[in-house]
Design a protein around this ligand. Sequence first.
Ligand code: GUN
Length: 287
Amino acid sequence: MAAKIIDGKAISAAVKKKVTADTAAFVANTGITPHLAAVLVGDDPASQVYVRNKERACEACGLKSTLHRLPAETTQEQLAALVEQLNNDAGVHGILVQLPLPKHLNSTPILDAILPSKDVDGFHPENVGLLLQGRPRFLPCTPHGVMKMLQHENIATAGKHAVVIGRSDIVGKPMAALLVQKGADATVTICHSRTADIAAICRQADILIAAVGIPEFVKSDMIKPGAVVIDVGINRVDDKLVGDVDFAAASEIAAAITPVPGGVGPMTIAMLLQNTLEAARFSQKAG
Ligand code: GUN
């Protein structure tokens, strides 16, 4: 039987509807519009699309967004100075530096410099630590979006074996941290490029989450019949977007699967809006 397609567009629309209503109430109560400052360095085409989509979503949901475009030859010092300026701007509630940065820039000190209370990506080490300890402040948007999709689809994680392919700081590691938390209660395995017999491990997964960045890496022989398959990959191949999962083959064997596009991608943006509203709320409590 063909897998159920998990509709990320529809689920993200529901999240955005709630963010829109909550934002309107926040603005009415405080007179303050939540404000996201996005920083884009260079002209990576995919990053330009992502940032534009984030801006549009802010606008559609009643949040303010400002895009700071810096040229590809921006220095580490110039980028750090902009982050500092945004940290000190009380009118900015959330700061997002789009990754990847051009190769000559080191993202670590930049992400470390973002005020943890404005870190709507959840990448600052303080926020990563809080997440790991089970007392999260900002949840990283993509893993949070995946959890939201699972909840929306009534897919239980407790006692299930979740296998995460990929160990990035943006997706793989925080995804595993969320799944293993009390409340989610999954048993989690992280696979990566040095994992031996990755197919055999993936075949044990009740929930398989692919975040490797390799087009159609997950083939049907890596999927347990009836598993839930979440595809975080967005790869451009011959001008077409494909995920990290061989969708056609996987949907013959999985119970449920996310498409690319229209799966996890829209969820990431919805969770970013939620975090930006949350950051504006923090600023009110702190101020
Ligand atoms: N690049 C790919 N995903 C993300 C994300 O969630 N946040 C930022 N800042 N950059 C990204």
